[in-house]
Design a protein around this ligand. Sequence first.
Ligand code: 13P
Length: 287
Amino acid sequence: MLVSAKEMLEKARDGKYAVGQFNINNLEWTKAVLQTAEELKSPVILGVSEGAGKYMTGYKTVASMVKAMIEEMKITVPVALHLDHGSYEGCYKCIEAGFSSIMFDGSHYPIAENVEKTTELVKVCAEKGMSIEAEVGSIGGEEDGVVGMGECADPDECKQVADLGVTMLAAGIGNIHGKYPANWAGLSFDTLAAIKDKVGDMPLVLHGGTGIPEDQIKKAISLGVAKINVNTECQLTFAEATRKYIEAGKDLEGKGFDPRKLLAPGVEAIKGTVKEKMELFGSVGKA
Ligand code: 13P
């Protein structure tokens, strides 16, 4: 069964660990993440970007597939199905489609409009028992063709949005989606501490989980981060394993061209990355 992310994140915050959000793109990706979460007895959040939702033919397909897989695979750990960086319209589509969690990314609106739209969505989510993530201060890097500049969120704006009753808050602290440039200054822990000071118990979300050094991940968790998003690293390990398989010529031998065999090394690679992250975030055995 799908669950809201609220309880798993509150437990993570209290237990000083973080739940991983792993973005999914297709059935194989979803299966790899669910299998790993079940094996490691870890709660998990499946992230779906608007682009991935379209790719999979729509949010209804995604929600039906994930619910059926949880049942068929006999998954017992808590799983949240979460819209990642949702637009206002996208949020409503996912609410209707049966997601258990949404992120409304209103960070590009003026703060007053972000507050207005977030307030409305908080109300709808509360009625449906869904969790909702809000964003203050845009996260850098490129996501589905949209390039954010990356900034540090204003702690007072974070408090303003946290007080609207969101379940979790993504605040920019110098984090970037995708690969980090060589001259990256690192996470701003001063900003994180100032935000934490203002928002109290609110579970914080760290986007751009790919490529953040382990010590910075651990420090962020100690300062209130309870959810960490990982996407690019799974894509990179999947692509690398697939490339090696094809280069080895195995896809041309025997039944090697079978799509199930062709995708298998990539799927194993995703499982390895998910396991590594769950161990680093400390969520193993917490289901
Ligand atoms: P990465 O692609 O850097 O892992 O970030 C994922 C993310 O934050 C999704 O919202």
